[in-house]
Each structure stands twice: as structure tokens, then as C-alpha cells.
Design a binder for this molecule. Structure first.
Ligand code: SF4
Length: 468
């Protein structure tokens, strides 16, 4: 039996922050990051403050590989931030892992970033050669410079952040203060939670609150900055107002099904995507088969609406991880053989509706289709829970340039031919937005529509800062 991976796109990162008087903040951050592991598996890190100093530990690998009891015990204090990384700027190496840290004596800071700036080159030029190799380090440098002149972390962030363009959700800390901030369009999510007795939590997704027993309070608004210290939580808006544009792929793929965004449960939204896809592109078939795992709720919705039985015909190796430590294409190609297996006993002799969340490069989907053919399927009708992915993302998803995107240069019937399927249908954009349950004008859809909410770089790539 051959095996393939459904992973065709890079992931956003996960950020976390906790202000928990009297508690072991690093331990809470560890479990929070564990719940955010799906957002990045290249590196993990935690910074913690005991009120006197900030200690940082980070390394390449999964959260459970990076930390053990001894390392957590060394991260003392009741304020912490954490990060799980998938590289969208800079290579996957130790130096680029997060949180970033700047030693400013009593004013030292640490920072975790999810997103991707669109003015990295201009910021680097403005700062001069500081040796930064990621946009996150540039932001840390700018904030550190402002700390020196403003004297307080919140003031420094409020002064520096309007210089950043693009996507940035940050958790930042000094010895006594935790700050969370979303860029004015809120490309990447951030929510606030309350610990049972005392304390506050910031996390990319609400599922990371559940794991540590924190209650969901609210989503941080686009353009909002929250400052958490002994005085409680203060809310500021340091940017000029902009229309909110959360990444629609948070609903399609990134976020956990048990998280809530825009007040909507992701699992329910994915079910609706499948239902609407069945309305839009019904086909006579024997079974509906998901590409695990993000295709599962959509396949369930498709099956329920169409009346075609849902069957698990592909088995995922749950221990491989959702993507790879080395995100290079060569590693992806090798990893393809490790993630999924088809079951001929279930797929053989059947007309199959195969449901997946998206197709970006298409190479792994093609192999998946061949694997299902090899398992004896008589027909394969591919149904995709999002529209054709035709434009590169500059806001935190590593898709490469347009030449790597399958749908950028092909019509749907040509893609079907390339993939070797009997039919192919994509969920229409209006239907996708309807399925989210959130306001349709609250999303970035640039990779699907070409309608970018900000200016985008005309030169440079994720290794921009490593060339000199
Ligand atoms: S371009 Fe696509 S992947 Fe990137 S933020 Fe916008 S919707 Fe999300």
C-alpha cells in the first residue's frame, strides 16, 4: 500500500501568555502550547519572569520534546509567554525560534509572534544591521529601542507597533507586565481567558484556555492591545482603525475544531462547509471519505446533506505530527509516505466522494488520488471545502510564490485532469463565508480572490534577512 500526506500548506504559529500570581506560569504555558501544537511543530519556547529576571528556554522540536520537568522547573515565576513555530520568515533553526529576548537590564523583554509582516525590508533598512533574521526579531528590536526612550513596555509597544505592517499577533512581557496585541486587521486570532482564582491568559485559540481550566472571556479585537499587570487588564487601541480581516483559513484549516473564532465553533463551521458543498456539487457515489483530519467535519456535513454514507477509508498515523520539522519540499516528499494509508477493503469497487480542506501545490493530492485508485476505487470525485487557492499569502502562511500554486495557472477541469480524478468541485467563496457564520466582510480571502487587504511586498521572500 502506498501512503501520502494531506498537508499542502504551512501553518500559522501559536502564541500564549499567562499572568498568574502565585502559580507556576511556565507550567501553564507548557500545557497551553501543547494545545497549540497544531499551529507549529518546528520549535517551541517559553519565557518566564519571577519579578527579578526573565528566563527563556527554546529549542527545535515539538513541545513535549523541548521541555521536561527539569527545564520547566528552571523557568520560575508567575508571568510567562510561549510560542510554537512554523517558519514563514527565516529558516527553521534554533536562532529563529521564539520567544525572542532582549536584555535591557531591569527592562528586559521577551516576545512571541504569529503572522508575517509585509514591510520587513523597510523595517530592516530603518534599523540598520542588527543581525535580525526574522520579522519577529525586528519587532523586538524596535520595541526594545522604544523601551529605552518610553520607559514602559506598554508605551513602547504603542509607539513601535504602528510601524509594523501586515499580520502580527503578539504576546510580549517584561518582568512585571504581560501584553497582548493584534494588528489592526486582526489577521491572526488572540483570545483572553480568566484563571479560576486569580490570573489571566492570552492564547491564539480558545482550546488552549480549556486545557488549563481557564474560562474564555473574549476575543481580543483587531487593533486592540491589552496590558495585564497587578492592576488588572487595561485595553488600548494604538492604531488607526481598519476593517477587520481575519484569515479565512483559520476556519478552513488552521484552528482546532474545538476552538471558537468570531464567536463560532470551528467544527460547526466546517460541517456547514460540507453541507453547502453537497448542495453545490452533488454527485452519485457509494461513500463519502474524508482526508483526515481537517477534512473530517466537512465530509460529515457533505454525507449528512447528500445522504451518501460517511466512511473512514484512510487511516492517519497519529504519531507523525501534523507537518514536518524541516518544511523543505524534499522533506515533504519523504514525509508523504509516512502519514496516510488507504484501506482497499473499504475503498475497493466503490465510487468515492473524497473531501479535503484545500489544494495548494497539488503534488500530495495527486499521490493521494493514485493511492486510492491503487486501493481499487472505481470513481473518485474530489470535493474541496474552499475555493481554488490562486494567490500567495503574505500574512503568515508559507505557500511560496504564485508559480508553486496549482490553481494559479489552471482551470478547474485542467486541475481535475492533472490530479487524475473523475470530477472536481471547490466550495464557492460566498458559500465558504456563509458557512463560517461570521460577517462575510470580516475576512481576508486574498489567496482565493487576489483581493489583498494591505499593500504586499513586491520583492523578497522568507529568507530576505539572511542574504546579506
Ligand atoms: S491570504 Fe489566505 S491564508 Fe493568507 S491571511 Fe489571507 S486568507 Fe489567510
Amino acid at each position: 500500500m502506498s501512503a501520502v500526506t494531506p498537508i499542502t500548506i504551512g501553518e500559522a504559529c501559536g502564541v500564549f501568555g499567562v499572568f498568574a500570581p502565585g502559580k507556576e506560569a511556565a507550567r501553564l504555558a507548557y500545557f497551553g502550547l501543547f494545545a497549540l501544537q497544531h499551529r507549529g511543530q518546528e520549535s517551541a519556547g517559553i519565557a518566564a519572569s519571577d519579578g527579578n529576571a526573565i528566563t527563556v528556554y527554546k529549542d527545535l522540536g515539538l513541545v513535549a520534546q523541548v521541555f521536561d520537568e527539569g527545564k520547566l522547573a528552571s523557568l520560575t515565576g508567575d508571568i510567562a509567554i510561549g510560542h510554537t513555530r512554523y517558519s514563514t520568515t527565516g529558516s527553521s533553526n534554533w536562532a529563529n525560534s521564539q520567544p525572542t529576548y532582549r536584555d535591557l537590564g531591569d527592562s528586559s523583554i521577551a516576545l512571541s509572534h504569529n503572522g508575517n509582516l509585509t514591510n520587513t525590508g523597510a523595517l530592516a533598512e530603518h534599523l540598520g544591521d542588527q543581525g535580525a533574521t526574522t520579522d519577529s526579531e525586528l519587532m523586538t528590536e524596535l520595541i526594545a529601542n522604544e523601551v529605552a526612550s518610553c520607559g514602559s513596555l506598554p508605551k513602547a509597544i504603542a509607539a513601535a507597533a504602528p510601524e509594523f505592517e501586515g499580520a502580527f499577533t503578539l504576546t510580549v512581557m517584561d518582568r512585571n507586565t504581560l501584553v497582548g496585541i493584534r494588528d489592526p486587521r486582526g489577521f491572526r486570532p488572540l483570545c483572553l481567558g480568566r484563571l479560576e482564582n486569580e490570573g489571566w491568559v492570552l492564547a491564539s485559540e480558545s482550546a488552549a484556555l480549556d486545557i488549563i481550566g481557564a474560562n474564555f472571556v473574549r476575543e481580543i479585537a483587531p487593533g486592540e492591545m491589552v496590558v495585564i499587570n497587578d492592576d488588572g487588564v487595561a485595553s488600548l487601541f494604538p492604531f488607526e482603525a481598519a476593517d477587520p480581516r481575519m484569515c479565512v483559513f483559520e476556519f478552513v484549516y488552521f484552528a482546532r475544531p474545538d476552538s471558537r473564532l468570531y464567536g463560532e465553533e470551528i467544527h460547526s463551521a466546517r460541517l456547514r462547509m460540507g453541507e453547502l458543498l453537497a448542495d453545490q456539487a452533488h454527485v452519485a457515489a457509494d461513500i463519502v471519505v474524508p482526508v483526515p483530519e481537517s477534512g473530517i467535519p466537512g465530509a460529515q456535513g457533505y454525507a449528512a446533506r447528500s445522504g451518501v454514507p460517511y466512511v473512514d477509508g484512510l487511516v492517519k498515523n497519529r504519531y507523525v505530527g501534523r507537518t514536518f520539522i524541516d518544511p523543505s519540499q524534499s522533506m515533504r516528499d519523504r514525509g508523504v509516505r509516512m502519514k496516510l494509508n488507504a484501506m482497499p477493503g473499504i475503498l475497493g469497487g466503490k465510487r468515492i466522494v473524497l473531501v479535503d480542506d484545500s489544494i495548494v501545490r497539488g503534488s500530495t493530492t495527486k499521490q493521494l488520488v493514485q493511492m486510492i485508485r491503487d486501493a481499487g476505487a472505481t470513481e473518485i470525485h474530489l470535493r474541496i471545502l474552499s475555493p481554488p487557492y490562486r494567490w500567495p499569502c503574505y500574512y503568515g502562511m508559507d505557500t511560496g510564490d504564485r508559480s508553486t500554486l496549482l490553481a494559479a495557472g489552471m482551470e478547474v477541469h485542467e486541475i481535475a485532469e492533472f490530479l487524475g480524478v473523475d470530477s472536481l468541485a471547490y466550495l464557492e467563496l460566498d458559500a465558504l463565508l456563509e458557512a463560517t457564520g461570521a460577517p462575510a466582510d470580516g475576512f481576508c480571502t486574498a489567496c482565493l480572490s487576489g483581493d489583498y487587504p494591505t499593500g504586499v511586498p513586491t520583492t523578497g521572500d522568507k529568507y530576505l534577512l539572511e542574504r546579506s
